[in-house]
Design a protein around this ligand. Structure first.
Ligand SMILES: *Cc1c(COP(=O)(O)O)cnc(C)c1O
Length: 434
């Protein structure tokens, strides 16, 4: 070990490799030095010869100047929070590229005067949801709810069913958000049941609005009752705000129980809030759709500026709405027979022990709890889970009953070759080890 330490190729000599010099210009010194250090470490561990160090450093370079790694989502969960929720469509990525430079995001090129920020995205939203009088976009779903509550209910009360006081994930709890921006919660009903009379009895002169929250990550079954937006809107005499969560803009045939913006507004909701990076399949953002006067009030609220979205988000959202279906939408429409054929082709390319199996995918934290999406997967030994996560292109599957399933539901078909290469490398390493 001492000897290998002394024999380690010197950093400055490795860095003189033209490929690494070019990479330093593109990625910056830090990431290149990190890749060199990793290769030197592998030399010291006896993994590489001195001659192999520069090649290994080049191979370890990231594609871009970020420590974020592109990952193949083979979990079978379409909207996976830990994998960044919705992947952007190619159309959205090109739009982001355009917006990344100087753009007319707030300039009217015809007059040379200031223009309305994000008009392309807002027009696309309004075209997608004609039932909305107006639309506004903020940083995420939580910000949308915070803005509505702050603008309408600070120092006042919000009536909400106990069964809808949900935690979304990572400790984010809707009731805590409402209280943090100054609203008083008026809880009605019990965990499993609430009736219209509970709501009407709770509404008084301090009530700013009645809130409906979609429990997007669990289902209550058994002896249950809830009150829909239509019934509430006709009876409570105050605005009904609906946090639908997932961002479906119109009904989805495969997700009949999932609320959508158009139907919710048509049922009488004054305002709908939702996330942009769940079932809509766009960038992280929060959508506010509904009564024009109210939306304009929210847009002019002093806090709106603190929740404002970036030009990159506006561009990606517009392209998500107007471009071809984004990956999330494509995954929801995937044909199980086509998924199985892809799994069979991958398993055949790999040979035993790989096998194609039918599987069950899920929408994920993004909505539609309990909905099982028929899918297909490549089954591999469970021991390959870690090597596949740590490979050149990480592939994240899920372990089920002692085997690793690489589910194809959320894998774009063009990534099948990546899955084959990654699994081959992991299987090869496993054979070598043992
Ligand atoms: C996801 C979700 C939120 C939070 O949205 P973010 O975009 O994660 O901030 C709020 N309410 C519901 C019902 C949700 O499903």
């Amino acid at each position: 070990m001492q000897d290998r330490r002394r024999a380690t190729p010197r950093t400055d000599l490795v860095l003189a490799d033209p490929r690494l010099r070019e990479a330093a210009g593109r990625l910056g010194d830090r990431l290149v030095r990190r890749a060199v250090a990793a290769a030197q470490e592998r030399f010291r561990a006896g993994d590489l010869t001195a001659e192999e160090v520069p090649d290994a450093a080049v191979a370890a370079l990231p594609a871009a100047a970020t420590r974020l790694r592109p990952v193949v989502n083979a979990t079978g969960v379409v909207v996976h929070t830990n994998l960044g929720r919705a992947p952007l469509s190619a159309a959205a990525v090109s739009a982001v590229n355009v917006a990344a430079g100087a753009t007319d995001v707030e300039l009217d090129l015809a007059t040379g005067r200031r223009g309305k920020r994000g008009r392309g995205a807002l027009e696309a939203l309004r075209a997608a949801v004609p039932d909305a009088g107006d639309a506004h976009v903020v940083n995420n779903g939580a910000a949308a709810l915070a803005l509505v509550t702050l603008a309408l209910a600070a120092g006042r009360s919000v009536v909400v069913a106990r069964g809808e006081l949900v935690e979304i994930g990572d400790g984010f709890r809707i009731p805590e958000l409402l209280e943090a921006v100054g609203a008083m919660l008026r809880e009605v009903g019990t965990t499993n049941r609430v009736r219209l009379a509970d709501y009407t009895a709770a509404v008084d002169e301090s009530t700013a609005f009645v809130l409906k929250v979609h429990p997007s990550n669990f289902v209550v079954s058994g002896f249950t009752a809830s009150v829909g937006v239509r019934e509430l809107a006709g009876a409570v005499g105050v605005p009904v705000v609906a946090d639908i969560g997932s961002g479906l803009l119109a009904p989805h045939p495969r997700l009949p129980a999932e609320p959508d913006a158009a139907s919710t507004l048509r049922a009488g909701a004054t305002l709908v809030t939702a996330s942009g990076d769940k079932l809509l399949g766009g960038p992280q953002c929060g959508l506010l759709l509904g009564e024009a006067g109210l939306v304009q009030r929210l847009r002019r609220h002093p806090f709106a500026r603190a929740l404002r979205v970036d030009k990159l988000t506006l561009a990606a959202l517009e392209a998500t709405l107007t471009g071809p279906p984004p990956p999330v939408v494509a995954a929801l429409a995937a044909d199980p027979a086509a998924l199985l054929a892809r799994a069979q082709a991958i398993a055949a390319a790999l040979g035993p022990p790989a096998a194609a199996v039918r599987s069950t995918g899920a929408v994920g934290g993004g909505g539609a709890p309990g909905v099982e999406l028929p899918s297909a997967a490549v089954a591999l030994p469970a021991g390959l889970a870690a090597p596949l996560r740590l490979g050149a292109v990480p592939v994240v599957g899920h372990v089920e009953r002692d085997r690793l399933l690489l589910d194809l539901l959320a894998v774009p078909p063009e990534d099948d070759a990546v899955v084959v290469a990654a699994a081959r490398a992991a299987l090869g390493a496993a054979v070598e080890a043992g």
